[in-house]
Design a protein around this ligand. Structure first.
Ligand SMILES: [Zn+2]
Length: 286
């Protein structure tokens, strides 16, 4: 009895293996590329893989392959706090450009501004796309990555420009609302969501010029920067700094909360110059 049972089990396994094998073969032989993989495979043709070795740092790798640190981080969805794992594979972007996948709301103008390339160059590099009607999922080739890198490493004569390159995200989180017009009116900053208590860090060095409650904004910190800009951090649960205190970039100044008018824990982050506000995204490292 036992022998017959084992025998039929073996036949079953054999049949299963037969059944499974041809379908695997079919998948790898087929030319069908699911849409979700299409973006990667296109980008892959322009990138190299690199296996992380002991002692590697992102900046060492970026120097070795002559790509900017920003580009390297962007292509691997990393930031400067990401810990490299030995044996993990990094995508090394080709120095000639990066690929941007169009997301809802993107315009050619936004994308040009985000990567600091001219609209003309961007349009010329994507002549197969209609610049007035970008489709979600479209792949845009961002030209002149080398120029971007040079632009970022050459000291800028204007202090405001050099600070522009240096701003740090106040918290890591999801952008729950971006800058600009929305149903409720003009949104003067960006909302970055994360849990209550998440440390909020100064986007750049400066002097604290305000801490306290403001209507709508709730518990707020404002920092004056040497170039005349101000950054504002709203809806905090706690603040850790006082008016007049000097802070370094990245220093914890407050904790995420839900004070003021807000539907969830987030930091509302503004960049102001005089009485003008601008989109913080254009000042933040990516
Ligand atoms: Zn907001």
């Amino acid at each position: 009895m036992d022998k017959r049972w084992i025998g039929s089990l073996a036949v079953c396994i054999f049949l299963l293996a037969l059944g499974a094998h041809p379908s695997v073969a079919r998948l790898s032989e087929g030319n069908f590329v699911p849409f979700s993989q299409a973006a990667n495979s296109f980008a892959d043709s322009q990138t190299k893989s690199y296996c992380i070795q002991k002692g590697d740092t992102l900046s060492k790798i970026s120097q070795r392959y002559n790509v900017s640190l920003e580009n390297l981080m962007r292509n691997n969805e990393m930031d400067e706090n990401t810990i490299l794992e030995v044996g993990h594979t990094l995508r090394i972007p080709a120095a000639r450009g990066v690929i941007h996948v169009v997301v809802p709301g993107d315009t050619i103008c936004d994308v040009a501004e985000r990567y600091r390339v001219s609209m003309e160059d961007l349009v010329a590099s994507n002549s197969d796309k209609n610049p007035d009607f970008l489709e979600v999922g479209d792949l845009l080739h961002i030209p002149n990555e080398n120029n971007i890198r040079v632009a970022q490493s050459v000291p800028e004569p204007s202090r405001s420009l050099s600070m522009t390159k240096l701003m740090k995200w106040p918290i890591v989180g999801t952008i729950s609302s971006s800058f600009g017009w929305r149903k409720a009116g003009f949104h003067h900053g960006i909302d970055i969501a994360n849990k209550i208590g998440t440390p909020i860090q100064a986007a750049a060095a400066g002097t604290v010029s305000f801490t306290g409650y403001k209507p709508v904004y709730g518990l707020t910190v404002i920092i004056d920067h040497p170039d005349g800009k101000q950054t504002l951090y709203a809806h905090a649960q706690k603040t850790y700094v006082h008016k007049g205190e000097k802070v370094n970039q990245g220093e914890t100044i407050a904790a995420v909360g839900m004070t003021g008018v807000t539907t969830g824990p987030h930091v509302h982050f503004e960049v102001r110059s005089g009485n003008k506000v601008s989109d913080p995204i254009s000042y933040l490292r990516r």
